[in-house]
Design a protein around this ligand. Structure first.
Ligand SMILES: N[C@@H](CCC(=O)N[C@@H](CS)C(=O)NCC(=O)O)C(=O)O
Length: 284
């Protein structure tokens, strides 16, 4: 950690800022789907990006997942965000787990059940090409099992040697993902690689974008992180973060810096995710 930094005791934010605040305001009235979210949460941002990208109507509802209000616990057994409340059912139905929710939204959009006039692009290759779809799922699998935990191990590492090890682990995880993107490109699926010829978002892009964003502000600030040299990868990062659905769900850098100070100093009981990393267990 750069020496001048010290734990100033800042807490996580409870309201989006910047573009995300505008998007939240524009989605504050009742809809068939309510997203229970928290402004700093990357798992929430996945779902939020998918809703925006797929053009599905929704209400954004901010909650504090550490206070675990009853209305959140009704939807999500561990009181984790994101959670969806499906208001068209009586009583309403619920879904939790970001990966499952994004899958659900993709299927909802594709089956044309509920769609606004936004975009209607699928996050996956067509159903007629199961192999191509599996390649995208492989990318998402490495993000979930390797890249996401590597991000937290790096950010929570306190001693210098642990931070160096953390940086290595995170960079290796990025390289693993790049290898899978290149494999898709080499096998002719250029839309699902680093270059992403269709200029759209894939399932893997949605899965990774929140941590790419937080690497550019949180990891950079607290760990002095810089991207690997590759211009190709840096181009991917730029395109991903400039995508309208990503931008619309992004708060200002300060929100993330404040909200992640507790991780950067590994304060006790920061979150279920932080506890799992400290205990060497799988993330919740
Ligand atoms: N596996 C879950 C993880 C969600 C998660 O960890 N959310 C955090 C906020 S970023 C949370 O709700 N934390 C509350 C807690 O730790 O008690 C998912 O993918 O949705």
């Amino acid at each position: 950690m750069p020496e001048k930094l010290h734990d100033s005791g800042r807490s996580y934010h409870l309201q989006c800022t910047g573009d995300a605040a505008e998007t939240a305001r524009a989605h504050s009235s009742k809809e068939a789907i309510t997203l229970f979210g928290s402004c700093f949460c990357p798992f929430v941002q996945r779902v939020w990006i998918a809703l925006e990208h797929l053009g599905i109507d929704y209400e954004y509802y901010e909650v504090d997942p550490y206070k675990k209000p009853a209305e959140l616990l009704e939807l999500s057994p561990k009181g984790l965000v994101p959670a969806l409340r499906l208001n068209a059912h009586n009583p309403p139905k619920a879904l939790n787990e970001s990966t499952v929710i994004v899958d659900f939204l993709e299927e909802l959009a594709v089956s044309n059940v509920k769609r606004s006039s936004h975009t209607t692009e699928s996050l996956f290759p067509p159903a007629s090409d199961p192999y191509a779809r599996a390649l995208v799922r492989l990318q998402a699998d490495t993000i979930e099992r390797t890249l996401v935990p590597a991000f937290y191990r790096y950010l929570q590492a306190q001693e210098e040697d642990k931070q160096i090890e953390g940086a290595k682990g995170f960079i290796e995880a990025i390289e693993g993902l790049v290898t899978l993107f290149k494999r898709a490109e080499n096998e002719g699926y250029t839309e699902y690689g680093l270059w992403n010829a269709r200029g759209s978002l894939s399932y893997a892009d949605v899965m990774v974008a929140p941590w790419i964003l937080r690497a550019t502000n949180v990891l950079k600030h607290y760990r002095g992180f810089v991207w690997p040299e590759s211009k190709e990868f840096q181009g991917y990062v730029e395109r991903l973060l400039a995508h309208p659905a990503v931008k619309r769900t992004t708060s200002t850098d300060q929100l993330y810096l404040d909200s992640y100070e507790r991780y950067a100093f590994n304060r006790p009981n920061t979150s279920q995710v932080a506890n799992a990393i400290n205990a060497g267990k799988a993330l919740p």
